[in-house]
Design a protein around this ligand. Sequence first.
Ligand SMILES: [Fe+2]
Length: 348
Amino acid sequence: MNLIFTKDLVPGMCVGEDVIAEDGFIKLLPQGAILTQVQINSLRNWEIPSIYIDDTSEWTEGKAIAIHMTKKEFIHGYRETFDKVVHAFRRIKKFREGSIAEMQELVDQNIILLSETIGVLEHLQDIRCYSENTFNHSLNVAIIAGVLGKWCNYEGRELKNLILAGLLHDIGKLFIPLPILNKPGLLSEEEFAIIKQHPQAGYQVLKDATIPEGVKLGIWQHHERMDGSGYPMGLVGDEIYAGAKIIAIADVYDAVTSERVYHCKMTPFEALDMLADKMFERLEPVACLTFISNMKNYLTGSSVVLSNGQKAKIIAFNARTGYFTKPVVCLQNGKLIDLQKTDIWIAG
Ligand SMILES: [Fe+2]
């Protein structure tokens, strides 16, 4: 454990002890949090002179998301990767077979770097503002699966296979008629039955490809749910492949935080409330909790707009009730507000 001056902190370091504000009441950062640039800036704003850093554990090295890239560089890298994804997916649609070597190269050389970039989830949120479609969704799920996989201790080839499954999880949608795929409003029973074929269709198109069985199962089972309410097979609990459970969380998170023809996008805060409240029994609980608690650390210190139009910074989430849309925030004039005691929430 080392006491490090705040001016010397860098993203990716692991917080060794809870960081408490000078008033003694507000926990700015919990022990074990992996520092982001936003959090370091927040510590500077709070004039915290130094904090304890856990520099001994392998945990830090294993879980730190530590590639430095500016937002501009990230967006450039995302767009470059996106163009390659579109190109590769169109070929699969045309010839009904995939160049797996090309996909693996995309994962190994592009997507893994994007998923390990500091601020990756904030950058993805910004990218959502101007583009949404199946290709974006596939790349986003690959990146988020990389982030969550790392948080769940996946590494090396296993992590890359998880990212590959994320990239290809909706490949079966290429064979669903666009009027059904993009239909605003409720689908008829027949239309929904067609949509539900996409995991099987994706598995079919790649079943003879030389990729690990786990990647194929990730594609086939990403809509299965722990309580048996998913599709195509209605598998339950341990019957579902572990990687598919990670892809499911990344898929749900990206889907609800994206603008779709049939719904308005949620903020990351609303999405976390939804995951913790409505989806928790349907998704794998350990991975889901890992995602939620890491996202909590990730979002602490970020700038937000409140429902009354005021700008604020997230100071802390209430550990007891866990309403992510109602944390303690600091207004621009320095005033602290616990949003749970008001009718204000985070709007964006
Ligand atoms: Fe899907």
